[in-house]
Design a protein around this ligand. Sequence first.
Ligand code: COA
Length: 150
Amino acid sequence: MNIPTENPNYNYKLNPNLDAIDWDYVISLFYKIEWKHRKAEEIAAAFKNSTTTIFIFNEDKIIAFGRVVGDGRYYAQLADIVVDPDFQGQGLGKYLVTTLNNQLIDYHFVNLSAAPGADTFYKSMGWKKQTTSFIWPQGPKQLRQHCEKE
Ligand SMILES: CC(C)(COP(=O)(O)OP(=O)(O)OC[C@H]1O[C@@H](n2cnc3c(N)ncnc32)[C@H](O)[C@@H]1OP(=O)(O)O)[C@@H](O)C(=O)NCCC(=O)NCCS
């Protein structure tokens, strides 16, 4: 997939030093997009356990990030694809997804769970709805938002 052109005003970092990331600021971005239930030390550990991470900065401020959770060879899942609402609509989301996906050549399964409302975003990049995936719902909200009606 073609990666969107980089904006020269921003700083793009694939697999940055995660010890240098301001995790409290990352949490504030999760709040800003209304994804709550994350703690700074837990999200830091989760990113450190990920196979690939990506961050985009405007000067020293994080404006977008994402990661791949995987086994390094066969299975990988894109997760936490987030663009600060003040910087959305500039191609940064597409940049995150295509850059991460381009790291996953020859993998057997590459997938993701889209947030409600993000279907069109992924479809616009060529992602397909998977008919064979299953989820073990982690509560009623997930059952409502991510599962077929039975
Ligand atoms: C979804 C998200 C990552 C998109 O980031 P973005 O930087 O605004 O997206 P881009 O500017 O790269 O847009 C890429 C394409 O997707 C479309 N698009 C972006 N967000 C969309 C949305 N919510 N619904 C439908 N289409 C969307 C754009 O119109 C664009 O289409 P184009 O290439 O034909 O112009 C961002 O809105 C976000 O962080 N949302 C909150 C968290 C979230 O939902 N993450 C993804 C789900 S896991």
